[in-house]
Design a protein around this ligand. Structure first.
Ligand code: ZN
Length: 283
């Protein structure tokens, strides 16, 4: 089949959005990269990549245990578990699982990972109900793709903090893609100075209904506020949940991870795609 990029691909990044409207939902398969195993690898400092080829999960090791960010897709849970162990972390040492947002391709493995680790699950306030029920928030052009519900231990507001073993992650509310879409920021000592790292939640429209979205009426204002907010940040390292959106694997290979220009470009491109999509939906 030559029909990629597929519906579900479009969930995560802006470039595929233009194709979305033309494609029937349901009939599409997920991109193979989303479940394609890859060996886990170190990214920077205590941060490891433990996701699949096409969907990120990040592990942050601390002296007091580890933090996992995202649990991409139900069928990837065992793979993520193996990746964590392969990085030298016992599953029972994972103390927190944080989430970017409540879509099946990022939250689908939460229930299984929570069972396997006993970790506390921390989710942005606006997505907590979705994770508790397994029903994604808002209205989209591709319908409702459920995922296994997982009990949220802490619904975290903007500016909330998760601290473990000297590492602090701060929730940066970046709603729009979902109402509780949360980016996570941390600083990291590396090669003699402090680095800002941002685990960036998705900023693509990706089939979201921008006009007449009854379950998420303030979606347009939220997107715009998040573009403004993220566009003003210049983290040294951007770690997204769709790795290809910043060519993460290529950057790791080329040792080009540290680059303050990455986020401003990502946001500028997303804003352009958003404006085009909104204009189209308003027609
Ligand atoms: Zn999404």
């Amino acid at each position: 089949m030559t029909s990629a990029p597929l519906i579900r691909t479009a969930l995560g990044f802006a470039t595929a959005v233009a194709t979305l409207a033309a494609r029937p939902a349901a009939a599409q398969k997920d991109p193979p990269a989303w479940t394609r195993p890859i060996a886990p690898f170190p990214i920077i400092g205590p941060i490891d990549y433990v996701g699949t080829d096409g969907l990120a999960a990040y592990l942050i090791r601390t002296p007091a245990g580890a933090i996992l960010i995202d649990a991409p897709m139900e069928e990837n849970a065992a793979l993520v578990e193996r990746a964590i162990v392969a990085r030298g972390v016992k599953l029972s040492d994972v103390k927190f699982i944080l989430l970017s947002h409540a879509h099946f391709d990022h939250a689908g493995g939460l229930a299984a990972l929570k069972r396997a680790t006993g970790a506390k699950l921390v989710v942005g306030v606006g997505d907590a109900a979705a994770v508790n029920t397994g029903v994604p928030p808002g209205e989209t052009s591709y319908g409702v793709i459920r995922f296994p519900a997982a009990k949220v231990d802490r619904a975290i507001p903007d500016g909330g903090r998760v601290t473990l073993g000297g590492i602090t992650l701060t929730a940066v509310a970046t709603p729009g893609h979902t109402p509780g879409c949360t980016s996570w920021s941390m600083t990291l000592p590396h090669e003699g100075r402090q680095f800002d790292v941002l685990f960036a939640c998705s900023v693509s429209v990706a089939g979201n209904k921008l006009v007449g979205n009854k379950r998420y009426p303030r979606i347009v204002a939220d997107f715009r506020r998040s573009f403004d907010r993220l566009g003003a940040l210049q983290p040294d390292v951007v770690l997204p949940f769709h790795p290809e959106s910043v060519d993460l694997m290529g950057r790791v290979r080329r040792n080009a991870l540290i680059d303050k220009a990455v986020l401003p470009k990502l946001v500028a491109d997303a804003r352009t795609a958003f404006d085009a999509d909104l204009a189209k939906q308003r027609k």
